[in-house]
Design a protein around this ligand. Structure first.
Ligand SMILES: *Cc1c(COP(=O)(O)O)cnc(C)c1O
Length: 370
């Protein structure tokens, strides 16, 4: 039986009536940019997250970019971020002429190593950007302490962790900014690109709203150079139909992860992902580590041959990317090792029991433990 890494149609077809109604509502309104659907979606996101301000934007990448712009990041400023993450985290820093300073990750959680962050702070450091990778919070307590001691902003890249919590607090609402993505593969997947910025600070929210529409207020009077970072009314209306279901989607992913954790325990050379103490993990990905030269790639090949979808998030850490070759060379042993060991298997909410069994059997067979 083939098992896809992700099947969006199962989730969206169950909501066919609501989605069609939302589409028709916007179509009939004739109102496509900002306006009541956007306002309502932002209010509903703010309520869901317990954030003072939630501002919809054009993508998760633009959420990071506009948050950094709202902090008035300048060329030559340094922002410390993980190397083991999706490219956008560091790409946005570099696009503003600032310098991404890569810190290592912790193997147990795939998330930023705060002790390594501490070593990389300089007089030019302006911000720290932890990423809540694969659906669980980074260890924020030491990051916030460093930020406070050095007067730095904290931007939480929450693209993969909308709905996750850290000691009871929603991820993305703890630092100066939370940035989120509605890319279709994220836990709240939209119908194209989309993103969100949250903040509890009125001044920063005002900056983000200005920058989202070319820095203008009133119209045609430009306080700052911004861009077009708006999220379509249509996208907001469709996402409003899905947001109430997000807790159930996350719970289903948690059940799938618990099943794998039980069924795949004890395989030689395999480390299963775990939630750190205090974290409600929402399992955007279920990512195994397979130690030993070539063993991860062999597992992937065998699962592919069996029709089981997998992906390697991420095969090249950012400090080793060609576009960052001009930056000072750093050695980040954990990030480098993770890139050779990780493999993500299907964990999406609508996975059937038979499909989960198939994934477990496929992994055990490939590792010689059928
Ligand atoms: C998906 C993702 C982004 C970017 O989001 P887009 O909506 O695809 O632009 C940024 N950071 C991380 C960690 C992501 O996973």
């Amino acid at each position: 039986m083939a098992v896809p890494l992700l099947d969006l149609n199962r989730q969206n077809s169950a909501l066919h009536a609501e989605l069609t109604a939302a589409f028709e509502r916007v179509l009939r309104s004739g109102h496509f940019i900002l306006g009541s659907e956007v306002d309502a979606f932002e209010r509903e996101c703010a309520a869901f997250l317990g954030a003072k301000h939630a501002i919809s934007v054009s993508s998760g990448t633009d959420a990071i970019l506009v948050a950094l712009m709202a902090l008035d990041l300048k060329p030559g400023d340094e922002v410390i971020c993980p190397s083991f993450t999706f490219f956008a985290t560091a790409g946005c820093i570099a696009r503003l002429g600032a310098i991404p300073v890569f810190a290592d990750s912790l193997a147990a959680t795939f998330n930023l190593d705060a002790e390594d962050v501490a070593r990389r702070i300089t007089p030019r450091t302006r911000a720290i950007m932890p990423v809540h990778l694969f659906g669980q919070s980074a260890d924020l307590t030491p990051v916030l302490a460093l930020a406070k001691a050095h007067g730095l902003a904290v931007i939480e890249d929450t693209a993969q962790a909308l709905g996750a919590r850290h000691h009871g607090r929603p991820c993305g609402t703890i630092g100066e900014f939370g940035t989120y993505s509605f890319f279709p593969s994220k836990n709240l997947g939209g119908f194209g690109d989309g993103g969100l910025v949250t903040t509890n600070r009125d001044d920063l929210a005002e900056n983000v709203r200005l920058l989202r529409t070319h820095g203008s207020k009133p119209k045609y009077y430009h306080k700052k150079v911004g861009g077009n970072f708006r999220l379509d009314a249509l996208q907001c209306a469709l996402l409003r139909a899905k947001l109430p279901h997000l807790p159930a989607y996350c719970a289903a992913r948690q059940r799938n992860a618990a099943f794998y954790t039980q069924q795949l325990a004890g395989l030689p050379g395999v480390t299963l992902p775990t939630a750190a103490a205090g974290n409600d993990h929402i399992w955007n990905q279920f990512t195994l580590r397979v130690a030993g030269p070539g063993r991860r790639d062999a597992l992937r090949q065998q699962l592919t041959a069996a029709g089981i979808g997998t992906e390697v998030y991420y095969p090249v850490p950012l400090h080793q990317q060609e576009c960052f070759a001009h930056l000072p060379r750093v050695s980040l042993p954990v990030a480098e090792q993770l890139a050779t060991e990780v493999i993500s298997v299907p964990v999406f909410p609508e996975l059937t029991a038979a499909e989960r069994d198939e994934v477990v059997a496929g992994v055990r067979r490939a590792l010689g433990k059928a």
